[in-house]
Design a protein around this ligand. Structure first.
Ligand code: GAF
Length: 383
């Protein structure tokens, strides 16, 4: 009843006095391993989740785009495709729509106006890519409604371009790619340089548990940008195009003269790329002990070398790890400084793990966590 597709279609009928012509959805994501590797041309292993942004769409014959944000007090935006697309003076959510449309136009896509109602249930500010799912949803809406000749990868790149150049957040390509290209019950091993990917089936007897720490994320953008700069500094120091091209031996042999923090950032990236490739194999083989070890190493590197975790997140990982044992793994997921932890575990352990979180997390950190049991879902498409 309260699903975003229902909210969007009901509001469309109420606001525009007719039924929507079509509906589309685009999911959020959880990254299983491979953190901050995407903008270093490296590897990531995300899956889409069954939390999504939905758009109810009405066709128009003119160049006007009208949008209603169901979850933002039904605020409205309206702009014309015949005028240069600028920022909305005070509605930040509008930038995601306007940016995506602006760059679709810049790619030479033949656009016409649409009526859109948007609603989503991806937790916002939790590191589960609510922004990317919105960008991809809008790109997909135009693709499906106007039969645009545009690939899913290009929808993703267009969304990233909007986020980088119009919204002003310097993200990599992971979130938009998984939202646009995911397949149900699979994770996606993505090479962020070539954009080649390999689908990795999720074992049937493996549950995906996401726990939102509900830590208010501060300084995310500035710390994110700082990590990017430090990685670029390290790549320049080693004389490689991106840290993707650095190996362990060179990392150690040529570190003299590199700032200590930049060296540790590079050490995380080099290790994380190897761990991500190994984790894809472990997942494909259903090797949960190996997967657990790799996820633990990933978390430790994010905590000690990349320095993007916070104490409540480290605490959540400890609480969960103690319950999972060697049959699965747990680590922080996403950009860092709060947000979520992801655990891969046997379904029969879910109740015990969730109960332990409820008991121990609040007692230790004075915060209440939210747990989501997710299914690896499909990428953007029609509903
Ligand atoms: C955020 C960014 F948007 C991604 O591109 C990625 O860098 C991630 O942080 C960290 O792995 O989600």
């Amino acid at each position: 009843m309260n699903h975003p597709s229902h909210r969007a279609s009901t509001l469309f009928q109420k606001a525009f006095g007719r039924a929507a012509d079509l509906m589309i959805r685009a999911p959020g994501r959880v990254n299983l391993i491979g953190e901050h590797t995407d903008y270093n041309d490296g590897f990531v292993l995300p899956c889409a989740i069954d939390y999504e942004t939905c758009v109810a769409i009405g066709l128009r014959q003119d160049a006007t785009v009208r949008v209603i944000a169901a979850d933002y007090g039904e605020e409205r935006d309206e702009f014309s495709l015949d005028d240069p697309i600028e920022h909305h003076p005070d509605q930040r959510w509008s930038d995601y729509i306007r940016g995506v449309v602006k760059y679709l136009q810049a790619r030479g896509q033949p656009l016409r106006g649409l009526d859109l109602v948007v609603s989503g249930n991806v937790p916002q500010g939790a590191g589960l890519s609510s922004s990317a799912s919105l960008e991809v949803a809008i790109g997909q809406a135009f693709k499906e409604a106007l039969n645009l000749d545009i690939s899913q990868a290009e929808i993703a790149l267009n969304g990233q371009q909007a986020e980088n150049l119009f919204v002003g957040c310097n993200c990599g390509i992971m979130d938009q790619m998984i939202s646009a290209c995911a397949k149900p019950d699979h994770a996606l091993l993505l090479d962020c340089r070539s954009l080649e990917s390999r689908l990795i089936p999720m074992p049937m007897d493996l549950a995906v548990l996401i726990i939102n720490s509900n830590v208010r994320r501060g300084l995310v953008d500035s710390e994110y940008n700082l990590r990017r700069q430090q990685c670029e500094t390290a790549a320049r120091h080693y004389g490689v195009r991106a840290l993707r091209d650095l190996d362990d031996a060179t990392l150690e042999a040529n570190k003299a003269g590199l700032d200590e923090a930049c060296y540790r950032r590079a050490r995380h990236i080099v290790g994380e790329n190897g761990r991500t490739l190994a984790a894809a194999e472990a997942l494909a083989n259903g090797d949960l002990p190996r997967l657990g070890t790799l996820m633990a190493e990933s978390h430790a590197a994010m905590r000690d070398d990349f320095e993007i975790t916070v104490p409540p997140i480290d605490g959540l990982v400890e609480i969960i790890k103690a319950r999972i044992g060697s049959e699965g793994g747990v680590r922080m997921t996403g950009g860092g400084f709060g947000g979520c932890v992801v655990a891969l575990l046997r379904p029969e352990r879910l109740n015990e793990v969730i109960a332990a979180i409820e008991l121990e997390y609040q007692a230790r950190f004075g915060l209440k966590a939210d747990s989501y049991v997710c299914r690896a879902s499909a990428g953007a498409g029609r509903l």
